[in-house]
Design a protein. Structure first.
Length: 578
């Protein structure tokens, strides 16, 4: 976990914990106050219950004894029934004494519970017997027995009453104490809660002050970094542009960019350049998003080459896009000159073969002219002469194709990228060196599985130069014409797959030395004698393919060297078959 996350978590936990503690203290205060109120209510209830129950039992006992005395003075059915009623009431009061939870709190009741239950049972028996007893001599006997059973009850009730009075006195004293200090504990808890809250506020205030200071320092640092970044950008010798990530509007340009394209970010030239840069960055086949390699026609009429990158950047507190471009016009011109020199050098090497190839139609033309002259002088038919003229015309077309191919191959390369048929370009490059291969007795095999309309994007003559370079190198790998072994073969395979064109050029000339293989695409690296090679062909070929968003690699396989090329298919472009 990062330090920033730990600080954020700690900043959240501490106030939350303190706030929780305050809430708990307040809740505890309320709960304690409620508990004390409930306790006071319970004490009042206990006083009323114990005193009232004992008093009622004592009162009913006196009333029962009075009713008993009346019956003994003058036995009658009405007075006996009154005595039975008093006994029933006394029984109910005794029942409350030994069944009530408040009464059981008294020690005298808890120890006499069994005796009270037995007394209640005997009183119930006396009540039943008296209820069915007629006035007479037998009544006196019953009354004596009842009076005898009432004596211990009277003594017990006196004891209970005394203990109840003592218990109520204790409860009263406790209530007086609560009355004197009704909120000591809650008040203490409130004081603790208040102090805790004050501590929280003080701590939070200190932390907030410190945090504000830290934020201010961070803001000053960020502003300083922003100023440094702006100063660095303005001093950079490359064109540096800040672009709004949402609207693609230019927000800032440094002096170099203003000199290179336009003086103000609002100029329409920047709209064109930004759109072109995004088109290049988003184009298929890019090894990495944001890499920029483009040519830009300026309003002043010239064309410049630019290379750079597009990447996200934090600018003035928002995520924007940074476009850095270097003017590679001179470098690009030098590269084009090198490529042109390499092509002309190849043409020079092939001059003999081209002359030999031109001699063939010229020889046929010469022979056809001689035959036509002979026919005319011999008075031959015009149809025979026309046949010879048709043959001459066909050979002229053949010679024209050779010269057109040489002229197109020798043309200065450009930076304009257009779609072209990969299959047709490979066939043209192969036909350009076919005569040399025949002269050297080397078999050239084309295995092209590409549809004629499958397009790639770039400069076709530069791509043809790449294929010609590989075929010329393969030819030279066999040595001179006198040393070419039997069965010498160069095979060109091409097929589409995964949105790319895959091209492989292989020979069976023995391969490339291991210590050279890893450096084969470096400038001036060559395996040829100094008078036959410059060492720039493969380096130039790699640059051409990179400009087309392609790649090239070299391996040894099947007794020779193999060069693998991959190029992205230009899906939106379809080229008519040649």
């Amino acid at each position: 976990m990062s330090s920033l996350k730990r600080r954020s978590l700690r900043a959240f936990i501490v106030p939350a914990a303190l706030t929780g503690a305050i809430v708990v203290l307040f809740a505890a205060t309320i709960m304690l106050f409620d508990a004390q109120s409930a306790q006071r209510t319970l004490l009042n209830s206990s006083i009323r219950s114990t005193g009232w129950a004992t008093y009622q039992a004592q009162l009913e006992l006196l009333k029962t004894k009075a009713a008993l005395a009346e019956v003994r003075v003058e036995p009658s059915q009405a007075r006996i029934q009154n005595l039975v009623l008093r006994l029933e009431l006394l029984i109910s009061r005794v029942n409350i004494l030994h069944t009530s939870s408040e009464m059981l709190a008294l020690e005298s009741i808890s120890t006499r519970q069994a005796a009270l239950m037995a007394t209640e049972h005997r009183l119930a028996l006396w009540s039943d017997r008296l209820a069915h007893q007629d006035p007479g001599e037998a009544v006196e006997t019953l009354l004596q027995g009842l009076n005898k059973d009432l004596q211990p009850l009277e003594v017990g009730l006196q004891t209970v009453l005394q203990e109840s009075v003592a218990f109520n006195d204790k409860v009263f004293q406790r209530e007086k104490e609560l009355a004197r200090n009704p909120a000591r504990v809650p008040f203490a808890l409130l004081i603790i809660a208040t102090i805790s809250l004050v501590v929280i506020l003080v701590v939070q205030s200190v932390r907030d002050t410190r945090r504000v200071a830290e934020l201010a320092q961070l803001e000053r640092s960020a502003r300083a970094m922003q100023d440094n970044l702006r100063a660095i950008i303005e001093a950079m010798p490359a064109a540096t542009i800040i672009i709004d990530a949402d609207t693609r509007r230019v927000l800032f340009i440094n002096p170099h960019a203003a000199h290179l394209v336009a003086a103000t970010p609002q100029d329409e030239e920047w709209v064109r350049l930004v759109q072109l840069a995004f088109d290049v960055a988003d184009s298929p086949g890019q090894p990495q998003w944001g890499l920029i390699n483009l040519t830009f026609p300026r309003a002043r009429g010239d064309v410049i080459s630019l290379r750079g990158a597009l990447s996200p950047v934090l600018w003035e507190g928002r995520r924007q896009l940074l476009l850095v471009l270097a003017d590679t016009t001179r470098i690009r011109s030098s590269q084009l000159q090198i490529m042109q020199t390499a092509k002309l050098a190849t043409l020079g090497e092939m001059a003999t073969a081209i002359a030999h190839e031109l001699n063939q139609p010229l020889a046929v033309i010469k022979m056809a002219v001689a035959n036509a002259v002979r026919i005319v002088k011999g008075g031959g038919e015009a149809e025979a002469v026309l046949g010879k003229l048709d043959r001459i015309g066909a050979q002229v077309d053949r010679a024209k194709r050779i010269t057109d191919q040489v002229r197109r191959y020798g043309r200065m390369p450009s930076d304009q990228k257009e779609p072209f048929s990969a299959r047709h370009a490979i066939e043209l490059a192969a036909s350009f060196v076919a005569e040399q291969y025949r002269a050297a007795n080397i078999r050239l095999v084309l295995e092209l599985e590409l549809p004629p309309d499958l397009a790639v994007r770039g400069d076709q003559t530069m791509f043809e130069q790449v294929i010609v370079n590989l075929l010329v190198n393969a030819r030279d790998a066999f040595g001179g014409e006198a040393s070419v072994p039997a069965g010498a073969t160069v095979r060109v395979r091409a097929h589409p797959g995964d949105g790319q064109v895959h091209i492989r050029v292989c020979d069976n000339a023995g391969g490339i030395a291991a210590h050279i293989l890893d450096h084969i695409f470096e400038p001036f690296m060559t395996t040829k004698p100094a008078d036959k090679g410059t060492g720039l062909g493969l380096a130039v070929s790699r640059n051409v393919l990179r400009d087309m968003h392609g790649q090239i690699s070299a391996t040894n396989a099947d007794g020779g060297a193999c060069f693998d090329i991959t190029l992205p298919v230009s899906v939106e472009d379809m080229v008519p078959a040649a």
